[in-house]
Design a protein around this ligand. Structure first.
Ligand SMILES: Cc1cc2nc3c(=O)[nH]c(=O)nc-3n(C[C@H](O)[C@H](O)[C@H](O)COP(=O)(O)OP(=O)(O)OC[C@H]3O[C@@H](n4cnc5c(N)ncnc54)[C@H](O)[C@@H]3O)c2cc1C
Length: 415
């Protein structure tokens, strides 16, 4: 037998089964209630914290799993349980990754544990990048951070939108413009510590799906944070900005490969994080498929189970095939990220694109297989279908994934 395997090892299987147990016993029974309430399910986050499923230690272990499959496996099981509750549990991780990716060791050690709090006093964190006029077009960001050298403080002004946990978080990670001439290369990330004056929650959105997850605007009005809240530190920022200015100047002088390098460096970060969203979509799709399969076996019309009809059975065959294909793309991209393989064909984006589109399709098919029941809130596939619509929107829409893939394949600045 060679080394290649698609099987989880024994440790991974036992972690997967443990998460599955929590998803089945705690999340599933509460899913409809929190969807209706449209509120953060604090008691469930607390339960997760008590067993160690909502903790920095647990996510760090999965993040550093040498096979790369720890995070996708975790996401798939939690989102199989319920997407809205799961996002309330993993939303803090988005902010934590922002600090892990850009912060110094000291910043990671100080802020990431605070993001989670502890089992007796759980906290959530928010990652605030999107703005009303800067969604897909991140370079259009307007939130400005200006350095006040006399006080060694940064002053941040602007309005963020669509922030998961925005306003209810303790720690907010805010991306802001520090050099408006450099586009997205002129951005930097800041920690806004709990209770900082000037940060407030704007509108809380009433959503189509994932309604247990809190999504809101975050208003930053003369928010002052100490110099040590700039992720990575001032020296590193100054070096990075100097390099970016040189590259922009080189690109303006017609040296296209420099511009290409700038673009590719930015892309690599997203390529590594997108498979995690693909895994969330696989979880929701699998939940709807399993429900529809069981229903098709039980439900009888014309004197036989509806699965006896090829028209129904073939739909289930297609659903399962696409879910398995989506998982394989997610696992490949996650393995590539961990193994440091270059994403020459934007394989991270591929996995997110295919898995998210699959979730939308499969959950719609599940409704069809349940007939009238599928269309009601008495049955979970209706909620799963609403939830699945988010996957083709956040962390880059499907159109943006196609753009990234097409650019990677062609080497051309496809628009
Ligand atoms: C529930 C939810 C949670 C979120 N959580 C967070 C969060 O925690 N933090 C955060 O920072 N952001 C978050 N977001 C924001 C999310 O990442 C953005 O909504 C997403 O990037 C799309 O931006 P937009 O909504 O402004 O859409 P737009 O960019 O306005 O896009 C609208 C449509 O135009 C298409 N389009 C745009 N440009 C192109 C192009 N060049 N080519 C082809 N088509 C194009 C898009 O694909 C889309 O179909 C969240 C969003 C939602 C809905």
């Amino acid at each position: 037998m060679g080394d290649f395997t698609l099987e989880l090892n024994d440790d991974q299987k036992s972690v997967r089964d443990w998460i599955h147990g929590f998803a089945a016993d705690v999340m599933r029974p509460a899913a409809a209630e929190w969807d209706e309430r449209e509120e953060t399910p604090w008691p469930i986050i607390q339960e997760a914290a008590k067993i160690g499923l909502y903790s920095l230690d647990f996510y760090a272990q999965q993040f550093f799993d040498p096979t790369g499959l720890g995070i996708p496996m975790t996401m798939e099981e939690l989102f199989w349980g319920d997407a809205g509750i799961a996002l309330s549990i993993v939303g803090t991780g988005l902010a934590a990754v922002g600090v892990l990716a850009n912060g110094t060791e000291e910043q990671i050690g100080t802020w990431v544990p605070q993001m989670y709090g502890d089992a007796d006093d759980v906290k959530v964190a928010a990652f605030c990048s999107s703005e009303p006029d800067a969604g897909s077009d991140v370079a259009a960001m307007r939130t400005r951070a200006v350095y006040d050298e006399a006080k060694d403080e940064w002053v941040i002004n602007g309005t963020k939108t669509w922030a998961t946990n925005g306003g209810i978080a303790g720690v907010h990670v805010v991306v802001a413009v520090v050099d408006p001439d450099l586009g997205s290369r002129g951005h930097a990330s800041f920690i806004v510590p709990p209770g900082t004056p000037g940060l407030s929650q704007g509108q809380k959105f009433k959503k189509h799906g994932i309604r247990a997850s809190h999504t809101a605007e975050v208003v930053l009005d003369n928010v002052r944070v100490p110099g040590h809240c700039l992720l990575g530190g001032k020296d590193k920022l100054d070096e990075r900005l100097a390099r970016a200015r040189e590259r922009v100047a080189a690109a303006a002088a017609g040296q296209a490969d420099s511009a290409e390098r700038i673009k590719n460096a930015a892309m690599a970060t997203f390529e590594a994080s997108r498979p995690a969203v693909g895994a969330m979509a696989v979880g929701t799709a699998r939940a709807a498929y399993e429900y529809a399969l069981e229903y098709a076996v039980d439900r009888r019309q014309f004197g036989r189970p509806i699965i006896d009809n090829q028209g129904v059975a073939f739909q289930l065959a297609d659903m399962r095939t696409q879910i398995d294909a989506a998982r394989l793309l997610v696992w490949r991209a996650s393995w590539m990220a961990t193994a440091g393989r270059p994403f020459t064909a934007a394989e991270g984006s591929m996995s997110k694109l295919f898995a998210s589109e699959t979730a939308k399709k499969v959950t719609a098919q599940a409704i069809q297989i349940l007939g009238g029941n599928g269309y009601t809130r008495e049955y979970p596939v209706e909620r799963m279908h609403r939830d699945s619509a988010i996957y083709t929107i956040f962390e880059g829409t499907s159109e943006i994934q196609r753009l990234v893939i097409a650019r990677a394949l062609s080497g051309l600045p496809i628009r």
